[in-house]
Design a protein around this ligand. Structure first.
Ligand SMILES: *Cc1c(COP(=O)(O)O)cnc(C)c1O
Length: 462
Protein backbone atom coordinates (compact mmCIF):
# COMPACT_ATOMS: atom_id res chain seq x y z
CA UNK A 1 0.00 0.00 0.00
CA UNK A 2 1.33 3.37 -1.02
CA UNK A 3 0.43 6.12 1.43
CA UNK A 4 -1.08 9.41 0.31
CA UNK A 5 2.07 11.26 1.33
CA UNK A 6 4.26 8.94 -0.76
CA UNK A 7 1.93 9.42 -3.74
CA UNK A 8 2.00 13.19 -3.37
CA UNK A 9 5.78 13.12 -3.12
CA UNK A 10 6.16 11.03 -6.27
CA UNK A 11 3.67 13.06 -8.29
CA UNK A 12 5.26 16.35 -7.30
CA UNK A 13 8.75 15.01 -7.99
CA UNK A 14 7.86 13.77 -11.46
CA UNK A 15 6.17 17.07 -12.25
CA UNK A 16 9.23 18.95 -10.97
CA UNK A 17 11.57 16.92 -13.19
CA UNK A 18 9.52 17.66 -16.30
CA UNK A 19 9.22 21.32 -15.31
CA UNK A 20 12.97 21.55 -14.69
CA UNK A 21 13.57 20.40 -18.26
CA UNK A 22 10.81 22.68 -19.59
CA UNK A 23 12.26 25.72 -17.86
CA UNK A 24 15.85 25.00 -18.84
CA UNK A 25 17.04 24.33 -15.29
CA UNK A 26 18.33 20.96 -16.43
CA UNK A 27 19.98 21.05 -19.85
CA UNK A 28 23.34 20.61 -21.57
CA UNK A 29 24.70 23.74 -19.88
CA UNK A 30 23.52 22.66 -16.43
CA UNK A 31 23.42 18.87 -16.64
CA UNK A 32 23.21 18.34 -12.87
CA UNK A 33 20.78 19.87 -10.36
CA UNK A 34 19.42 19.30 -6.90
CA UNK A 35 15.65 19.57 -6.42
CA UNK A 36 13.93 20.12 -3.09
CA UNK A 37 10.27 19.41 -2.30
CA UNK A 38 9.26 22.33 -0.07
CA UNK A 39 5.84 20.94 0.87
CA UNK A 40 7.46 17.65 1.79
CA UNK A 41 9.84 19.42 4.16
CA UNK A 42 7.00 21.35 5.81
CA UNK A 43 4.92 18.18 6.16
CA UNK A 44 7.85 16.46 7.90
CA UNK A 45 8.16 19.37 10.33
CA UNK A 46 4.43 19.12 11.09
CA UNK A 47 4.64 15.40 11.73
CA UNK A 48 7.57 15.98 14.07
CA UNK A 49 5.72 18.62 16.07
CA UNK A 50 2.56 16.50 16.22
CA UNK A 51 4.38 13.39 17.39
CA UNK A 52 5.92 15.12 20.42
CA UNK A 53 2.86 17.08 21.50
CA UNK A 54 2.29 16.54 25.22
CA UNK A 55 3.03 17.91 28.66
CA UNK A 56 6.78 18.16 28.10
CA UNK A 57 8.04 21.37 26.49
CA UNK A 58 10.04 20.42 23.39
CA UNK A 59 12.45 22.49 21.33
CA UNK A 60 12.92 20.82 17.95
CA UNK A 61 16.16 21.81 16.26
CA UNK A 62 17.32 20.88 12.78
CA UNK A 63 20.83 19.41 12.51
CA UNK A 64 22.29 21.95 10.08
CA UNK A 65 24.87 19.56 8.67
CA UNK A 66 22.10 17.52 7.02
CA UNK A 67 21.24 20.37 4.62
CA UNK A 68 23.44 23.39 5.21
CA UNK A 69 21.72 25.81 2.83
CA UNK A 70 20.56 29.19 4.13
CA UNK A 71 17.12 29.22 2.42
CA UNK A 72 16.41 25.75 3.79
CA UNK A 73 17.37 26.86 7.28
CA UNK A 74 15.19 29.97 6.96
CA UNK A 75 12.24 27.85 5.82
CA UNK A 76 12.72 25.64 8.86
CA UNK A 77 13.01 28.67 11.15
CA UNK A 78 9.71 29.94 9.72
CA UNK A 79 8.18 26.51 10.41
CA UNK A 80 9.08 26.83 14.08
CA UNK A 81 12.28 24.82 14.22
CA UNK A 82 15.47 25.67 16.07
CA UNK A 83 18.87 24.77 14.67
CA UNK A 84 21.66 22.50 15.88
CA UNK A 85 25.07 23.63 14.64
CA UNK A 86 28.44 21.99 15.01
CA UNK A 87 30.97 24.36 13.49
CA UNK A 88 31.58 28.10 13.10
CA UNK A 89 30.35 27.81 9.50
CA UNK A 90 27.07 26.18 10.48
CA UNK A 91 26.63 28.70 13.28
CA UNK A 92 27.06 31.58 10.83
CA UNK A 93 24.65 29.97 8.33
CA UNK A 94 22.04 29.61 11.05
CA UNK A 95 22.43 33.25 12.13
CA UNK A 96 22.20 34.32 8.49
CA UNK A 97 19.03 32.26 8.16
CA UNK A 98 17.52 34.25 11.03
CA UNK A 99 17.68 31.88 13.98
CA UNK A 100 17.96 33.87 17.18
CA UNK A 101 20.44 32.75 19.83
CA UNK A 102 17.71 31.16 21.96
CA UNK A 103 16.83 28.79 19.10
CA UNK A 104 20.35 27.48 18.55
CA UNK A 105 22.18 24.52 20.01
CA UNK A 106 25.92 24.35 19.49
CA UNK A 107 27.45 20.86 19.48
CA UNK A 108 30.95 20.06 18.37
CA UNK A 109 33.56 17.76 19.79
CA UNK A 110 36.27 20.31 19.00
CA UNK A 111 35.00 23.69 20.21
CA UNK A 112 37.78 26.24 20.43
CA UNK A 113 38.09 28.78 23.25
CA UNK A 114 36.91 31.45 20.80
CA UNK A 115 33.82 29.46 19.84
CA UNK A 116 32.93 28.79 23.48
CA UNK A 117 33.38 32.47 24.30
CA UNK A 118 31.07 33.42 21.41
CA UNK A 119 28.38 30.96 22.54
CA UNK A 120 28.60 32.25 26.12
CA UNK A 121 28.53 35.90 25.03
CA UNK A 122 25.49 35.32 22.82
CA UNK A 123 23.65 33.07 25.27
CA UNK A 124 23.65 30.19 22.80
CA UNK A 125 22.93 26.77 24.30
CA UNK A 126 25.77 24.32 23.90
CA UNK A 127 26.66 20.80 24.92
CA UNK A 128 30.08 20.20 26.38
CA UNK A 129 31.73 17.07 25.02
CA UNK A 130 34.27 16.22 27.72
CA UNK A 131 35.80 17.23 31.06
CA UNK A 132 38.64 19.22 29.50
CA UNK A 133 36.09 21.33 27.67
CA UNK A 134 34.19 21.79 30.92
CA UNK A 135 37.33 23.28 32.49
CA UNK A 136 37.65 25.68 29.56
CA UNK A 137 34.09 26.81 30.19
CA UNK A 138 34.90 27.30 33.89
CA UNK A 139 37.82 29.51 32.95
CA UNK A 140 35.74 31.56 30.51
CA UNK A 141 32.91 32.00 32.98
CA UNK A 142 35.26 33.09 35.77
CA UNK A 143 32.52 32.58 38.33
CA UNK A 144 29.69 34.02 36.24
CA UNK A 145 26.59 32.09 35.23
CA UNK A 146 25.96 31.38 31.54
CA UNK A 147 22.87 33.01 30.03
CA UNK A 148 21.97 30.05 27.82
CA UNK A 149 21.57 26.39 28.80
CA UNK A 150 24.77 24.38 29.04
CA UNK A 151 24.66 20.60 28.81
CA UNK A 152 27.04 17.69 28.97
CA UNK A 153 27.09 15.15 26.20
CA UNK A 154 27.15 11.59 27.43
CA UNK A 155 27.78 8.38 25.57
CA UNK A 156 25.49 5.69 26.99
CA UNK A 157 27.64 3.05 25.23
CA UNK A 158 24.59 1.06 24.18
CA UNK A 159 26.30 -0.22 21.06
CA UNK A 160 26.45 0.21 17.32
CA UNK A 161 23.83 0.22 14.61
CA UNK A 162 24.25 -1.20 11.12
CA UNK A 163 26.75 1.45 9.98
CA UNK A 164 29.82 1.78 12.18
CA UNK A 165 30.68 5.29 11.03
CA UNK A 166 27.18 6.48 12.00
CA UNK A 167 27.17 4.92 15.46
CA UNK A 168 28.01 7.37 18.19
CA UNK A 169 27.20 5.22 21.21
CA UNK A 170 29.72 2.44 20.86
CA UNK A 171 31.97 1.69 23.82
CA UNK A 172 34.82 3.60 22.18
CA UNK A 173 32.97 6.41 20.40
CA UNK A 174 34.76 9.75 20.14
CA UNK A 175 31.68 11.63 21.43
CA UNK A 176 30.74 12.60 24.94
CA UNK A 177 31.58 11.18 28.35
CA UNK A 178 31.58 7.38 28.16
CA UNK A 179 29.15 6.50 30.96
CA UNK A 180 30.05 2.87 31.44
CA UNK A 181 33.73 3.58 31.86
CA UNK A 182 35.10 3.09 35.38
CA UNK A 183 34.16 6.00 37.62
CA UNK A 184 32.46 7.97 34.85
CA UNK A 185 29.05 8.33 36.48
CA UNK A 186 30.57 9.61 39.72
CA UNK A 187 32.75 12.04 37.76
CA UNK A 188 29.63 13.35 36.01
CA UNK A 189 27.77 13.74 39.31
CA UNK A 190 30.77 15.61 40.75
CA UNK A 191 30.93 17.83 37.67
CA UNK A 192 27.27 18.79 38.10
CA UNK A 193 27.68 19.23 41.86
CA UNK A 194 30.44 21.75 41.29
CA UNK A 195 28.56 23.63 38.56
CA UNK A 196 24.96 24.60 39.37
CA UNK A 197 24.70 26.14 35.88
CA UNK A 198 25.13 22.73 34.22
CA UNK A 199 21.48 21.85 33.66
CA UNK A 200 21.23 19.60 30.63
CA UNK A 201 22.26 16.14 29.49
CA UNK A 202 22.74 15.38 25.80
CA UNK A 203 22.76 11.98 24.10
CA UNK A 204 22.79 11.51 20.32
CA UNK A 205 23.03 7.76 19.95
CA UNK A 206 23.62 7.63 16.25
CA UNK A 207 22.25 8.25 12.82
CA UNK A 208 21.17 6.13 9.86
CA UNK A 209 21.37 2.44 10.67
CA UNK A 210 20.60 2.71 14.38
CA UNK A 211 17.38 0.82 15.18
CA UNK A 212 14.78 2.63 17.29
CA UNK A 213 15.14 0.34 20.34
CA UNK A 214 18.87 1.12 20.44
CA UNK A 215 18.25 4.86 20.31
CA UNK A 216 15.55 4.52 22.97
CA UNK A 217 17.92 2.58 25.21
CA UNK A 218 20.49 5.39 24.96
CA UNK A 219 17.90 8.03 25.83
CA UNK A 220 16.71 5.90 28.71
CA UNK A 221 20.27 5.86 30.05
CA UNK A 222 20.46 9.66 29.79
CA UNK A 223 17.13 10.00 31.62
CA UNK A 224 18.24 7.62 34.36
CA UNK A 225 21.44 9.59 34.76
CA UNK A 226 19.49 12.84 35.07
CA UNK A 227 17.38 11.30 37.83
CA UNK A 228 20.51 9.97 39.52
CA UNK A 229 22.23 13.37 39.43
CA UNK A 230 19.18 15.19 40.75
CA UNK A 231 18.74 12.66 43.55
CA UNK A 232 22.41 12.73 44.46
CA UNK A 233 22.44 16.54 44.58
CA UNK A 234 19.11 16.78 46.38
CA UNK A 235 17.89 19.39 43.90
CA UNK A 236 16.39 19.36 40.41
CA UNK A 237 19.45 20.73 38.68
CA UNK A 238 19.13 18.80 35.42
CA UNK A 239 16.05 20.36 33.86
CA UNK A 240 16.36 19.42 30.20
CA UNK A 241 17.36 16.46 28.08
CA UNK A 242 18.69 16.86 24.55
CA UNK A 243 17.85 13.53 22.94
CA UNK A 244 19.63 14.16 19.63
CA UNK A 245 18.40 13.06 16.21
CA UNK A 246 19.06 9.91 14.26
CA UNK A 247 15.64 8.72 13.11
CA UNK A 248 16.60 6.41 10.23
CA UNK A 249 15.22 6.89 6.73
CA UNK A 250 13.82 4.23 4.39
CA UNK A 251 15.92 4.54 1.23
CA UNK A 252 13.90 1.74 -0.42
CA UNK A 253 10.58 3.49 -0.91
CA UNK A 254 8.82 6.85 -0.93
CA UNK A 255 7.40 6.20 2.54
CA UNK A 256 8.40 8.06 5.69
CA UNK A 257 9.02 5.06 7.87
CA UNK A 258 9.66 4.73 10.60
CA UNK A 259 7.84 8.00 11.29
CA UNK A 260 8.24 10.38 14.21
CA UNK A 261 5.10 8.88 15.73
CA UNK A 262 6.73 5.42 15.66
CA UNK A 263 9.78 6.91 17.30
CA UNK A 264 7.78 8.53 20.09
CA UNK A 265 5.87 5.27 20.63
CA UNK A 266 9.19 3.48 21.03
CA UNK A 267 10.45 6.13 23.45
CA UNK A 268 7.24 6.05 25.50
CA UNK A 269 7.61 2.30 25.88
CA UNK A 270 11.27 2.49 26.90
CA UNK A 271 11.15 5.67 29.03
CA UNK A 272 7.55 6.55 29.94
CA UNK A 273 8.64 9.30 32.36
CA UNK A 274 10.48 11.14 29.59
CA UNK A 275 7.29 12.88 28.52
CA UNK A 276 5.80 13.70 31.92
CA UNK A 277 6.90 17.31 31.70
CA UNK A 278 9.50 17.29 34.46
CA UNK A 279 12.22 17.66 31.86
CA UNK A 280 12.01 19.88 28.83
CA UNK A 281 13.28 18.16 25.72
CA UNK A 282 15.45 19.15 22.79
CA UNK A 283 15.60 17.14 19.56
CA UNK A 284 18.14 17.40 16.73
CA UNK A 285 16.77 15.62 13.69
CA UNK A 286 18.44 16.05 10.32
CA UNK A 287 18.13 13.27 7.76
CA UNK A 288 14.54 12.34 8.59
CA UNK A 289 13.33 15.90 7.87
CA UNK A 290 15.09 16.39 4.53
CA UNK A 291 16.30 13.17 2.91
CA UNK A 292 13.13 12.08 1.20
CA UNK A 293 12.40 15.58 -0.02
CA UNK A 294 15.44 15.91 -2.24
CA UNK A 295 16.34 14.56 -5.67
CA UNK A 296 19.53 14.75 -7.68
CA UNK A 297 18.86 14.88 -11.41
CA UNK A 298 21.52 14.44 -14.06
CA UNK A 299 21.55 14.21 -17.80
CA UNK A 300 22.94 10.97 -19.18
CA UNK A 301 25.95 11.99 -21.24
CA UNK A 302 26.84 8.59 -22.72
CA UNK A 303 25.88 4.94 -22.49
CA UNK A 304 28.29 2.15 -23.21
CA UNK A 305 29.10 -1.52 -22.80
CA UNK A 306 32.28 -2.75 -21.24
CA UNK A 307 33.04 -6.46 -20.97
CA UNK A 308 29.33 -7.13 -21.14
CA UNK A 309 28.52 -4.55 -18.47
CA UNK A 310 26.09 -1.74 -19.35
CA UNK A 311 27.10 1.65 -18.04
CA UNK A 312 25.29 4.99 -18.15
CA UNK A 313 27.65 7.92 -17.61
CA UNK A 314 25.99 10.81 -15.76
CA UNK A 315 27.18 13.99 -14.05
CA UNK A 316 26.26 12.83 -10.55
CA UNK A 317 29.06 11.01 -8.78
CA UNK A 318 31.17 11.21 -5.67
CA UNK A 319 30.97 15.03 -5.61
CA UNK A 320 27.26 14.92 -4.71
CA UNK A 321 26.78 11.33 -3.53
CA UNK A 322 29.97 10.85 -1.59
CA UNK A 323 28.77 8.28 0.93
CA UNK A 324 26.98 6.19 -1.67
CA UNK A 325 30.01 6.06 -3.92
CA UNK A 326 32.50 5.20 -1.19
CA UNK A 327 30.23 2.95 0.90
CA UNK A 328 27.72 1.58 -1.62
CA UNK A 329 26.48 -1.19 0.65
CA UNK A 330 25.71 1.14 3.56
CA UNK A 331 24.18 3.92 1.45
CA UNK A 332 22.26 2.50 -1.53
CA UNK A 333 20.10 4.98 -3.41
CA UNK A 334 17.08 4.34 -5.61
CA UNK A 335 17.50 5.59 -9.15
CA UNK A 336 14.83 6.45 -11.73
CA UNK A 337 15.15 6.97 -15.48
CA UNK A 338 13.34 9.82 -17.27
CA UNK A 339 13.29 10.66 -20.96
CA UNK A 340 14.75 13.85 -22.38
CA UNK A 341 11.49 15.69 -21.66
CA UNK A 342 11.64 14.65 -18.02
CA UNK A 343 8.87 12.03 -18.13
CA UNK A 344 9.33 8.68 -16.39
CA UNK A 345 10.64 6.17 -18.92
CA UNK A 346 8.74 2.95 -19.41
CA UNK A 347 9.33 -0.06 -21.59
CA UNK A 348 12.10 -2.60 -21.88
CA UNK A 349 14.55 -2.72 -19.01
CA UNK A 350 18.23 -3.51 -18.82
CA UNK A 351 20.72 -4.18 -16.06
CA UNK A 352 22.88 -1.11 -15.82
CA UNK A 353 25.43 0.65 -13.67
CA UNK A 354 24.93 4.38 -13.16
CA UNK A 355 28.31 6.10 -13.19
CA UNK A 356 29.40 9.60 -12.25
CA UNK A 357 31.94 11.93 -13.87
CA UNK A 358 34.79 11.45 -11.41
CA UNK A 359 38.06 9.96 -12.55
CA UNK A 360 38.14 6.80 -10.52
CA UNK A 361 36.58 3.45 -11.36
CA UNK A 362 34.42 3.27 -8.25
CA UNK A 363 32.49 6.44 -9.06
CA UNK A 364 29.12 4.65 -9.31
CA UNK A 365 25.85 5.73 -7.75
CA UNK A 366 23.97 2.53 -8.58
CA UNK A 367 25.26 -0.91 -9.56
CA UNK A 368 23.54 -3.66 -11.55
CA UNK A 369 20.10 -2.04 -11.41
CA UNK A 370 17.19 -3.21 -13.50
CA UNK A 371 16.05 0.06 -15.09
CA UNK A 372 14.28 1.16 -18.27
CA UNK A 373 16.87 1.15 -21.08
CA UNK A 374 18.94 4.32 -20.70
CA UNK A 375 19.96 6.47 -23.68
CA UNK A 376 22.12 9.59 -23.99
CA UNK A 377 20.02 12.67 -23.26
CA UNK A 378 17.86 10.81 -20.74
CA UNK A 379 17.81 11.89 -17.13
CA UNK A 380 18.74 9.77 -14.14
CA UNK A 381 17.22 10.82 -10.83
CA UNK A 382 18.73 9.79 -7.52
CA UNK A 383 15.96 9.81 -4.92
CA UNK A 384 16.04 10.57 -1.20
CA UNK A 385 19.04 12.86 -1.57
CA UNK A 386 17.72 15.89 0.30
CA UNK A 387 20.02 15.37 3.28
CA UNK A 388 23.80 14.90 3.22
CA UNK A 389 23.98 14.74 -0.59
CA UNK A 390 23.88 17.85 -2.80
CA UNK A 391 24.18 20.03 0.29
CA UNK A 392 27.40 18.30 1.35
CA UNK A 393 29.63 18.72 -1.67
CA UNK A 394 32.95 16.93 -2.08
CA UNK A 395 35.15 18.90 -4.46
CA UNK A 396 36.77 15.95 -6.21
CA UNK A 397 38.07 16.61 -9.74
CA UNK A 398 37.32 20.31 -9.14
CA UNK A 399 33.71 19.62 -10.01
CA UNK A 400 31.50 22.62 -9.22
CA UNK A 401 28.60 22.55 -6.77
CA UNK A 402 25.37 22.15 -8.74
CA UNK A 403 22.40 24.50 -8.48
CA UNK A 404 19.66 23.56 -6.03
CA UNK A 405 16.06 24.55 -6.73
CA UNK A 406 13.14 24.29 -4.33
CA UNK A 407 9.74 23.49 -5.79
CA UNK A 408 6.06 23.52 -4.93
CA UNK A 409 3.14 22.14 -6.92
CA UNK A 410 -0.04 24.22 -7.02
CA UNK A 411 -3.56 22.76 -7.01
CA UNK A 412 -3.40 22.09 -10.76
CA UNK A 413 -0.04 20.40 -10.40
CA UNK A 414 1.91 23.29 -11.93
CA UNK A 415 5.39 23.61 -10.50
CA UNK A 416 6.93 26.81 -9.19
CA UNK A 417 10.67 26.88 -8.60
CA UNK A 418 12.86 29.01 -6.36
CA UNK A 419 16.63 29.05 -6.61
CA UNK A 420 18.10 27.81 -3.32
CA UNK A 421 21.76 27.81 -4.33
CA UNK A 422 23.21 28.97 -7.63
CA UNK A 423 25.50 26.57 -9.46
CA UNK A 424 29.12 27.27 -8.71
CA UNK A 425 30.92 28.62 -11.77
CA UNK A 426 34.16 27.15 -13.03
CA UNK A 427 35.75 30.55 -12.36
CA UNK A 428 34.67 30.27 -8.69
CA UNK A 429 36.27 26.84 -8.51
CA UNK A 430 39.51 28.36 -9.84
CA UNK A 431 39.33 31.16 -7.30
CA UNK A 432 38.74 28.92 -4.31
CA UNK A 433 41.66 26.81 -5.50
CA UNK A 434 44.23 29.48 -4.73
CA UNK A 435 44.11 31.52 -7.95
CA UNK A 436 44.97 34.68 -6.01
CA UNK A 437 48.17 32.98 -4.85
CA UNK A 438 49.08 31.54 -8.26
CA UNK A 439 52.71 32.73 -7.94
CA UNK A 440 53.15 31.66 -4.32
CA UNK A 441 55.19 28.51 -4.77
CA UNK A 442 57.17 29.65 -7.76
CA UNK A 443 57.93 32.80 -5.77
CA UNK A 444 59.14 30.69 -2.86
CA UNK A 445 61.75 29.11 -5.12
CA UNK A 446 63.11 32.53 -6.06
CA UNK A 447 63.14 33.82 -2.46
CA UNK A 448 64.83 30.65 -1.22
CA UNK A 449 68.04 31.17 -3.15
CA UNK A 450 68.82 34.81 -3.55
CA UNK A 451 70.84 35.33 -6.70
CA UNK A 452 70.43 31.75 -7.84
CA UNK A 453 66.74 31.71 -8.73
CA UNK A 454 67.65 30.72 -12.28
CA UNK A 455 69.17 27.40 -11.17
CA UNK A 456 65.74 25.78 -10.94
CA UNK A 457 64.71 26.98 -14.33
CA UNK A 458 67.95 25.62 -15.78
CA UNK A 459 67.32 22.33 -14.07
CA UNK A 460 63.78 22.18 -15.40
CA UNK A 461 64.95 22.90 -18.92
CA UNK A 462 67.74 20.29 -18.86
C1 LIG B 1 24.44 14.51 12.90
C2 LIG B 1 23.85 14.82 14.21
C3 LIG B 1 22.47 14.91 14.35
C4 LIG B 1 21.51 14.61 13.23
O1 LIG B 1 21.47 13.27 12.90
P1 LIG B 1 20.40 12.72 11.83
O2 LIG B 1 20.74 11.30 11.68
O3 LIG B 1 20.64 13.49 10.57
O4 LIG B 1 19.06 12.96 12.39
C5 LIG B 1 21.97 15.29 15.58
N1 LIG B 1 22.79 15.54 16.62
C6 LIG B 1 24.13 15.45 16.53
C7 LIG B 1 24.96 15.75 17.70
C8 LIG B 1 24.69 15.07 15.32
O5 LIG B 1 26.02 14.95 15.23
Amino acid sequence: MTSASARRRRTARDAALAAAVGEGLLDARSPLVGLLDVDGVLAAVDRLHDAFRGPAAVQHTFAAKACSLVPVLRLLARAGMGCEVASPGELELALEAGFTADRLVFDSPAKTVGELRFALDQGIAFNVDNFQELERVDALLAGHTPRGPVGLRVNPQVGAGAIGAMSTATSTSKFGVALRDEGAVQAVVDAFAARPWLTRLHAHVGSQGCPLPLIAQGIRAAHELAEHINTALGRRQVTSLDIGGGLPVDFDSDEDRPGYADYVTELRAAVPELFDGRYSLVTEFGRSLLAKNGTIASLVEYTKSSGGRRIAVTHAGAQVATRTVFMPDAWPLRAGVYDAAGHPKRGATETVDIAGPCCFAGDLTAVARELPAVAPGDIVALYDTGAYYFSNHFSYNSLPRPAVHGYRADAEGRIRFALVRAAQTVREVVEESGAAQADALVGLLAADRPGSGAAHEDGAAA
